[in-house]
Ligand binder design. Structure first.
Ligand code: ATP
Length: 457
């Protein structure tokens, strides 16, 4: 089934994955709140990333640095002077647009204006009479550079000395702690530091649901290696990342690698590849993987005056490590997973079911406990709920007929349903139903824990 973006948005709302932010006040544009199922899915995504990139990866360790960093950080990183997008306003309808995106959309992606100067973009838009997507007029202001960092003031006095920024990426907190982590974790290069946390960007044109938002979470790895070995590691992490996505059930047909052409690379990067996913509107960036040379550590060294060099204990060589950075947005993976998994399955002539074929480990609810008849089976069902909920994410549902309850669990992607009936009371067995095949087996209650441990291994 081809899933549309509108279909995903309404599904996410209907089942309590994602709600419009501040809804009772009429909403706050492009903010989203994650409901009971959304928060579970998000947590499972983050856990899967952390397990793969930190916990089970022998090279890497974790970090949780603060959102507010010394403002000098953003001068050194280049964000104060360079983290900007070309913005233009439509004078007729007062909407704001990113000039490069207008060109990209107009040319159906065949013209990439990234790296063009303001004049060239403006001329292209005028020459091609590119219409405002909102009102259809061609009546724009000049292009201005717009810095994407959110500013705020620290402390009680608002003056320019107290200005601090909400971080636009988690990476810089890792660079600032490079020495602390290397020393205390007794790490030798090559090694990596992974971090998950909120980032903020004042995007000019947010949209496509949770794909481009102003407040989002990133899962970033900064991998430090010896200069000259970075291309080898770049290849290693590209494969590692693509394999990770496939292990979560994204089909390789829906994943594409886009290598940035050399002339389009950021000045500090010697190779960048985006992993694109086929979202409902087409292939778009899911994961950015960049070889960033020693740019960040070197800039922080120059600005702070602190040495961030590494002394190789075996060769006694001193150098500033090179960095490979795979950077992934939680929301973009969330949306990719919904796109991939949401399906409407035809079961019979007039029978369909909504099913979220999500990877078992990511499913917001792992097991549903369903008493067949509330009146007779509640006590035993509550016992089973208490037993399993210590180990798994279990939902208890006794409302409505059993068929409807199965369908609801299919729709939210619950891999297993347990039904408690008369046989449970007399023989001590329950029915376990599989989401994908709908097949049912009988199991003794005392074997449930081991059975599910094996299923979710
Ligand atoms: P784009 O070109 O889509 O704006 P980017 O190249 O600026 O993205 P990076 O700076 O490489 O993105 O950020 C790394 C990752 O963080 C992205 O691949 C994406 O998964 C996520 N990300 C970046 N910006 C946003 C956003 N506004 N909303 C949600 N996720 C984002």
């Amino acid at each position: 089934m081809k899933t549309t973006l509108e279909g995903i948005v309404s599904y996410a709302k209907q089942y309590g994955f994602i709600f419009q932010g501040s809804e009772i006040y009429g909403g706050l544009a492009n903010t989203w709140d994650y409901g009971p199922l959304g928060v579970e899915l998000k947590n499972n995504i983050k856990k899967a990333w952390w397990d793969a990139f930190v916990k089970t990866n022998k090279y890497n360790v974790g970090l949780d640095s603060s959102i507010f960093l010394n403002p000098e950080t953003w001068v050194a990183s280049g964000h104060v002077s360079g983290f900007q997008d070309p913005l233009m306003d439509c004078k007729s309808c007062k909407t704001r647009h990113r000039a490069d995106k207008l060109i990209e959309a107009f040319s159906n992606g065949t013209v990439d204006a990234d790296g063009w100067d303001k004049q060239k973009m403006y001329q292209y838009i005028v020459d091609n009479q590119i219409k405002c997507p909102k009102c259809g007029e061609v009546n724009y202001t000049e292009i201005r550079e717009f810095n994407l960092m959110f500013k705020t003031a620290q402390g009680v006095v608002e003056d320019s000395k107290n200005i601090i920024y909400l971080r636009p990426e988690t990476a810089q907190g890792i660079f600032l702690n490079f020495k602390n982590v290397q020393r205390t974790a007794r790490k030798k290069v090559p090694f990596g530091i992974g971090q998950i946390g909120k980032s903020f960007r004042n995007e000019i044109t947010p949209g496509n649901f949770i794909f481009r938002v102003r407040e989002f979470e990133q899962m970033e790895l900064e991998f430090f290696c010896k200069p000259g070995t970075e291309m080898e590691w770049f290849g290693y992490w590209k494969t590692y990342c693509a394999d990770f996505l496939k292990s979560l059930g994204l089909s390789s047909d829906h994943i594409k690698l886009y290598n940035h052409p050399e002339e389009k690379l950021s000045f500090y990067s010697n190779a960048t590849t985006d992993i694109l996913y086929q979202y409902p509107w087409g292939f778009d960036e899911l994961w950015g993987i960049a070889s960033r040379t020693n740019y960040d550590l070197k800039s922080h060294m120059d600005h702070s005056g602190e040495s961030l060099e590494y002394l190789d204990p075996e060769t006694n060589e001193k150098y500033i490590p090179y960095v490979v950075e795979p950077s992934l947005g939680v929301e973009r993976l969330f949306l990719a997973l919904l796109t991939e998994s949401l399906d409407e399955e035809v079961l019979g002539e007039n029978d369909t079911r909504t099913i979220l074929r999500i990877h078992k480990k990511l499913a917001p609810v792992s097991i549903a406990v369903l008493p067949l008849m509330k009146k007779y089976h509640t006590e035993k069902s509550e016992e089973i709920f208490a037993l399993l909920s210590k180990h798994f994410n279990v939902q208890y549902d006794d409302a409505g007929n059993i068929g409807k309850r199965y369908r609801r669990q299919d729709a939210i992607g619950t891999p297993y349903c347990i039904t408690i009936d008369e046989e449970t009371l007399t023989l001590g067995t329950v029915t376990v139903r599989d989401r994908d095949t709908m097949s049912q087996i009988k199991l003794p209650v005392n074997e449930l824990k081991t059975y599910f441990e094996n299923q979710f291994e």
